[in-house]
Design a protein around this ligand. Structure first.
Ligand code: C5P
Length: 414
């Protein structure tokens, strides 16, 4: 097995000295450790001691001309399996949550699609402050992994509470845990979608009536986002073209936000070619014929408006019926129905040129629309397969496993 590669980002806190022990222990366990230090970190430990113990040059500058050419933030991320931030100060967490990139450490963190583990360390008041808690929640939703902080005595006298950085052995245990859970699957041969491009549409579309009003539907986008995360976990390059949802972007997935059906179609076409197209978006079937450029007035002078509707382009159909070369080898549609679920799905598969239709019953009583669970039928040329009711994440993982198997069987190596 090849070397396990950690990229350690040392933030500026008193706990930075513990990183020397973390590096030593990690190297004993067979990790290579490359280190980036923030400016503040260098006030607590010197790059010289870190480089001596890691046996690697320590990187500190975003705009060092030579370093940037030689080993920039993109390459630092690419050449790591896991990024560990320790100590993660309140300031560093705030920058991560806000997407800042004004030094090498934050630029790497913004550019990476690798798993990130952070070990917060700060004064308990800073940890408990609403701003830090808000940032921690944002980072958690972004898929960042946490270890600690622990509660206990702080460096300042008479200060106690949560804020102590986890001990090096605890951080290492968290690294090993993560390795088992996800990273081992990301390296080596177990990435069945590595080198594949997966295109997914998700969410509702908003069709404008005037600048402030629109027509929409109840789609949450959850199933499409779960599919994007599942495809990414199998190593794919994922383009998620999403209508308005407010859902957090899955780690490592490239997202294009769109509003209307026509924007969604244009963005899908620009993202092709792909190895598989999965169309989960609940695209509005109609849009307002001539949306007003000004807010429509409600007063005695103006009559109640009548909306006249025109049909939107069918994105799935456009891609499903595209000519070979442009059409992804595998095209998957979804069909949300309230009656005659299977009959309608079979018809749709043919009329839209899809290979598979994932059909589900979205009658209000099922709670599927907007909910966390789904019960689907996979309709293909081979027939119908009905899956039991399960979490949308499980539906996504099973469907992506099936996609990976299909691609392996029906197309050449990625
Ligand atoms: O015809 P219906 O809307 O039920 O078809 C559902 C399938 O077609 C879904 O996969 C949906 O994403 C796709 N679709 C589309 N563009 C439309 C309408 C539906 O891509 N305008």
């Amino acid at each position: 097995m090849r070397e396990r590669r950690l990229l350690l980002i040392i933030g500026g806190g008193i706990a930075a000295y513990k990183c020397l022990e973390l590096i030593r222990r990690a190297r004993e366990r067979g990790f290579s450790v490359r280190t980036v230090m923030t400016k503040a970190a260098q006030a607590f430990v010197t790059p010289l001691s870190v480089s001596a113990i890691s046996n690697e040059r320590v990187l500190t500058e975003l705009f060092d001309v030579d370093e940037e050419r030689e080993i920039g933030h993109i390459r630092l991320s690419r050449e790591a399996d896991l990024i560990v931030v320790a100590p993660a100060t309140a300031d560093l967490m705030a920058k991560m949550a806000g997407g800042h990139a004004d030094d090498l450490a934050t630029a790497v963190l913004l550019a990476t699609d690798k798993p990130v583990l952070i070990a917060p360390a700060m004064n308990p008041r800073m940890w408990q402050h609403a701003a830090t808690q808000r940032n921690a929640a944002t980072l958690e939703a972004d898929g960042i992994h946490f270890i600690g902080p622990n509660a206990g005595e702080m460096a300042e006298r008479n200060e106690a509470g949560p804020g102590r950085m986890a001990e090096p052995h605890e951080i290492l245990a968290a690294i090993e845990r993560l390795w088992g859970d996800e990273i081992a699957n990301h390296i080596g041969a177990t990435q069945p979608l590595a080198g594949r491009h997966v295109l997914i549409t998700a969410g509702p579309t908003h069709e404008p009536i005037d600048p402030v009003r629109y027509i929409a539907n109840r789609s949450s986008g959850k199933q499409g986002y779960a599919l994007a995360a599942a495809a990414r976990a199998l190593g794919a390059r994922v383009t998620l073209i999403s209508g308005p949802t407010g859902l957090p972007i899955p780690h490592g997935v490239f997202v294009s936000h769109v509003e209307s059906a026509r924007e969604m179609l244009a963005t899908v076409e620009a993202a092709l070619p792909a190895d598989v197209g999965i169309f989960t978006a609940a695209v509005a079937d109609w849009r307002v014929a001539d949306a007003s450029n000004q807010k429509i007035k409600k007063d005695a002078k103006h009559a109640t408006p009548t909306l006249s509707l025109v049909e939107n382009p069918d994105i799935l159909k456009t891609v499903g019926q595209a000519k070979a070369g442009r059409r992804p080898p595998l095209v998957v549609g979804f069909a949300a129905e309230t009656d005659n679920v299977l009959e309608n799905a079979k018809k749709k598969r043919k009329s839209k040129g899809a290979d598979w239709i994932v059909a589900n019953d979205v009658s209000p009583a099922t709670g599927i629309m907007g909910g966390d669970r789904n019960a689907v039928h996979i309709v293909s040329a081979e027939g119908v397969e009905s899956w039991p009711d399960m979490d949308k994440g499980d539906v996504a993982r099973q469907l992506m496993d099936r996609v990976a198997a299909w691609l392996a069987e029906n197309t050449g190596e990625a």
